[in-house]
Design a protein around this ligand. Structure first.
Ligand code: 13P
Ligand code: SF4
Length: 359
């Protein structure tokens, strides 16, 4: 998709953009709701009606029955989920339509279908429940719903795994190998209970006996932002700052998560910073915009990024600017909304509703 912001919006200064956004908001009044994810730039967060993690924002989207226009400042899979969960009379727009999620792209529909076809000889959906991370396309959410599975986010993955393993022998989880692995460990499973389906190899690179013995089949996908954090980073901050708290997102590598003092969704990280006593020192392993916002918001606490070396920026989250937001709000009537069509919509809705029920 090619998308270029008109010059008028590209060249507007901050004051003008803020004025135009405020005017558009006034004009639309209660018809409009702006949702912003925790990884958005601080100035974009400042323009939102709601700020949240991917679970919280999907729940809020499902509750905005009186609203006609939902503008999502986040990435594509989040706007798709908002469209599925909102009513037919509501339109969802992604403030920057180019903002995708490279991790979601690692689970290609055809690859997942090929894996599932192979897994059918192990009992298919009689024995295996697909559990899809929110970071997937609507087509994969629909596949999950069609086979009796459910969606999860990092805030409810343990509950989703419990739901699945109480009903079937195995979980087929995609696309984040690390969140799946970390959740399995939290759930008391041993590393041998989990196998990784490598979509670039025949039969996922697994033997029949490995699949037979596994409780969780993980997709070989990852977040390039969170996998930058290493065990060495944790050791180093502990050495340099005795008493420090290390908090990470569960998309980080299992060896990093196991060394951290806490792990959880972006909402968990925000709440952790909020509740920590003044004078606390906290190193965070997640996206830099959230970390910088926490450091700014809590000047009485020492909050910084865990690695000190790499800049963990999610380029896709960073894509959305005030320029995009102003353009979207002033021109939404001529823009293409994010739309999930039938039958994907109903099937994905079934899987998303299950997530909302168990959370
Ligand atoms: P949360 O569900 O914790 O908001 O995370 C979404 C995400 O994309 C993390 O990289
Ligand atoms: Fe996707 Fe990672 Fe960005 Fe989250 S931080 S939206 S998982 S690329």
């Amino acid at each position: 998709m090619y998308f270029s912001l008109p010059k008028e919006y590209r060249e507007a200064d901050l004051a003008e953009l803020n004025d135009r956004i405020a005017a558009a908001r006034d004009k639309l009044g209660r018809k409009l709701c702006i949702l912003t994810h925790h990884y958005q730039r601080r100035e974009v967060v400042g323009c939102g009606d709601y700020l949240g993690d991917s679970y919280g924002l999907s729940k809020i989207a499902s509750e905005q029955t009186g609203v006609e226009v939902i503008v999502f400042c986040g990435v594509h899979f989040m706007a798709e989920a908002a469209d599925i969960l909102s009513g037919d009379h509501q339109m969802v727009y992604l403030a920057n339509p180019l903002a995708g999620c490279p991790m979601a792209d690692m689970a290609d529909m055809a690859d997942v279908m090929e894996a599932w076809k192979y897994l059918e000889q192990f009992g298919g959906d009689k024995r295996i429940m697909p559990v899809s991370y929110m970071n997937t396309t609507a087509g994969l959410k629909a596949f999950t719903g069609r086979h009796g599975g459910l969606i999860c986010t990092s805030s409810n993955a343990p509950a989703a795994f419990r739901y699945a393993l109480e009903r079937r022998d195995k979980v087929f989880f995609f696309p984040d190998e690390n969140l799946g692995h970390n959740t399995g460990l939290k759930f008391g499973l041993k590393p041998d209970d989990m196998v990784v389906w490598d979509f670039s190899r025949d039969d996922g690179g697994l033997t029949e006996s490995q699949i037979d013995a596994a409780r969780i089949i993980l997709w070989k996908g990852h977040c390039h932002v969170h996998t930058n954090f290493t065990v060495e980073h944790v050791r180093q901050v502990r050495e340099e700052h005795p008493g420090i708290q290390v908090i990470v997102h569960p998309e980080c590598l299992p060896e990093v998560v196991s060394l951290a003092d806490g792990s959880g969704s972006t909402r968990y990280i925000v709440e952790y910073c909020d509740e920590a006593p003044a004078g606390s020192t906290i190193a965070i392993g997640t996206e830099i915009n959230l970390i910088n916002r926490m450091a700014y918001q809590y000047p009485d606490k020492k909050i910084f990024e865990l690695s000190g070396q790499v800049c963990p920026v999610c380029a896709n989250m960073y894509r959305t600017t005030l320029n995009d937001l102003a353009y979207c709000l002033e021109n939404y009537a001529d823009l293409k909304p994010v739309k999930v069509n039938e039958p994907n919509r109903s099937e994905a809705l079934t899987a998303l509703k299950k997530m909302l029920e168990i959370s």
